[in-house]
Structure formats: C-alpha cells, structure tokens
Design a protein around this ligand. Structure first.
Ligand code: NAP
Length: 292
C-alpha cells in the first residue's frame, strides 16, 4: 500500500487532506505536537524512518503580518523545511507535494496570474514562500507546487469567514477593504484537487483557486447573505467598503492576485467550483459543526 506522509495535518488544508488522501493509500498524518518541522535533524530522521512514497506538505508559517517581525521563523518553516523535504524526497525517491501562495506576486497585473509570470513578493511571508518554491525546484526532486489563495475552511485556527461570522454577530457596522481582489478558495476544494493531481504525478508549478474573483468587501457581504440564508442571526446591518489605505497592516498585500487555474483545470478535466458556490457549501458544513 502506498504510504503518504501528511505534514501540517491540523491546518485548514491539512485537515481536509486527511479525508481526501485516504483513498490513495496509508496516510501518516503529522502535526506540530508530534514534530516541530524546524528541528532539522528530527525531520530528516523521521522521513527516513517512515520512507513514504508521497510527502504532502500542508504545513506553513501563515501569519502574514506577524512574519514582518519574525522573518527568521517564517524563513525556517516556509523555505528551509521545503528544502529539506525536497532533498530527502529525492534520496527516498518520494514524490513531494507542496502548497504555495498568490502572495509571491506583487498584484500589479490586471488579468489572472499564470504559473510562468514573474514573481515579486511584497512582504516577508511571500518572500519566504517563494524561497521555498525555489529551494524545491533547485533540488530537482519530483515535486508538485500548488499555488493557491485566500484560503478558508471549517477547520484550523481561523480565517476570514470565521472572523466575519464572529464580527457579524457582535457589530452593527463593519468596514471591509474593497481594493484588494482575489479568489476566495475553500480548503476542501484544494484538498480534492490535490488528491486528483497526485495519481497523475503532475510536476512543476500549478495554480488552483475557486473560480471567479471578489474583493474582501464582496466576500464579506456574500458571507453575511449566505449565512443569513442558512438561518444565522447576525447583528450586522451595514458593511462599508473602505480602501486599503484606511486599514493599514504591517505587511503589504497585492491589490490583485487572481490566479489563472487553466493549466490545473486542463489536468483535472474540470473547472474549479465558483467561490460563491463553495462558500455556500462550506457554510452548510460550518453550521453542522456548530460554528453559527
Ligand atoms: N491561508 C491562506 O489564506 C493561504 C493563502 C495562500 C496559500 N496558502 C498556503 O496554503 C497552505 C496551507 O495553508 P493553511 O491555511 O491550511 O495554513 P494553516 O491553517 O495555518 O496550517 C498550517 C499548519 O502548519 C503547522 N505548522 C506551522 N509551523 C510548524 C512547525 N514548525 N512544525 C510543525 N507544524 C507547523 C501549523 O501548526 P500551528 O497551528 O501549531 O502553528 C498549522 O497546523 C500553506 O502552504 C499556505 O502557505 C494559504
């Protein structure tokens, strides 16, 4: 039976991958409590002791703003860990799956970013993720790098949907940024796409998000509308669109980071679900899990 090692198993995408990878073989799921991936010696030893056929890395340092104050830690998790995974995967003859981000781009484009477009991250997080991509590609390991964006899900520490549901219960008025545009993407759809790409042994860089595009303001108003349609009782009466300049954050973010998923859709033989449809499905699951 094929052994798949899943790192970052408790994250938003990691928890969904535990389900979608299961039909592909024996999944060994690892979280931080079992192994801190920045402990290089332990990580190398663990990989050798497990000798998986497939390594799926869903672990990352994802705190975009905090990364500006902790560049060494962001670099260790997002660049050094993928390098070690690639080196050891090559030694073991394993296939490496790694997840990356739309924040490798500067957001100056106004049509969807292709896998071949030049990268130019705006902050430490994006730089560290780009360094991870480069480290993997440099080793020549058999590896798939899937870039995604604006991830939310039922599981994991928190995300925009959960934050909006909480604030929507607490406040009558909310201000949300309108001049950043991307593709909100359900973690479950990423995990499903990966489970279909792995048997193809796709290699190189692929972009995958839900289809369609939205600003954070569009996304917020859709969350409230869909949650209300499912019976959520919310205080919020008014959502005001504001410019990024009115909501300063430590890390700069791309104004436009829609990714072109055409290459991935061709490999999968299917278009990704539209973001609003996936949001609706996610909220159905969130309600069943007691999130509202
Ligand atoms: N979230 C987004 O909007 C977004 C957008 C584009 C791309 N991505 C990429 O998508 C992938 C999955 O993201 P996600 O949203 O699922 O992230 P997430 O929910 O933050 O999960 C990441 C997981 O990695 C674990 N981790 C971090 N440092 C670790 C360490 N030193 N040792 C062991 N485990 C460690 C975290 O554990 P702790 O919780 O204990 O820290 C967490 O369980 C990442 O590669 C991310 O860069 C995410």
């Amino acid at each position: 039976m094929t052994k798949l090692l899943l790192l970052g198993a408790q994250g938003q995408v990691g928890q969904e991958l535990q389900q979608t990878l299961a039909p592909l073989g024996e999944v060994v799921a690892l979280d931080r409590a079992q192994l801190d991936l920045t402990q290089e010696g332990d990580l190398r030893e663990f990989l050798h002791s497990q000798a998986p056929a497939v390594v799926v890395n869903a672990a990352a340092y994802t705190a975009v703003d905090r990364a500006e104050q902790e560049p060494e830690l962001a670099e260790a998790v997002n660049a050094r860990v993928p390098q070690i995974l690639a080196e050891e995967s090559q030694t073991l003859g394993a296939y490496l799956i790694h997840i990356s981000t739309d924040y490798v781009f500067d957001g100056q484009k106004n049509s969807p970013y292709l896998e071949t477009d030049p990268t130019a991250p705006l902050g430490v997080y994006g730089e560290s993720k780009l360094a991870g991509e480069r480290a993997i590609l440099k080793t020549g390991a058999e590896a798939l790098i899937l870039r995604t964006a604006w991830v939310y899900g039922v599981y994991g520490q928190g995300n925009f949907v959960k934050t909006m549901l909480r604030l929507g219960k607490e406040r009558r008025q909310l201000k949300v940024v309108v001049d950043q545009v991307g593709s909100p993407t359900w973690a479950k759809d990423i995990a499903s796409a990966l489970a279909r790409l792995i048997p193809q042994r796709a290699t190189g860089i692929y972009h995958f998000t839900n289809s369609g595009a939205a600003s954070w303001y569009d996304f917020a108003t859709a969350i409230f509308a869909e949650a209300r349609a499912l019976g959520a009782v919310l205080e919020v009466k008014e959502v005001l669109p504001i410019p990024t300049s009115a909501y300063p954050t430590p890390a700069r973010r791309p104004a436009y980071s829609v990714l072109s998923w055409e290459k991935t859709a061709a490999a999968l033989g299917a278009y990704p679900p539209h973001w609003r449809e996936s949001l609706r499905q996610m909220l159905v699951e969130a309600k069943a899990e007691g999130l509202f």
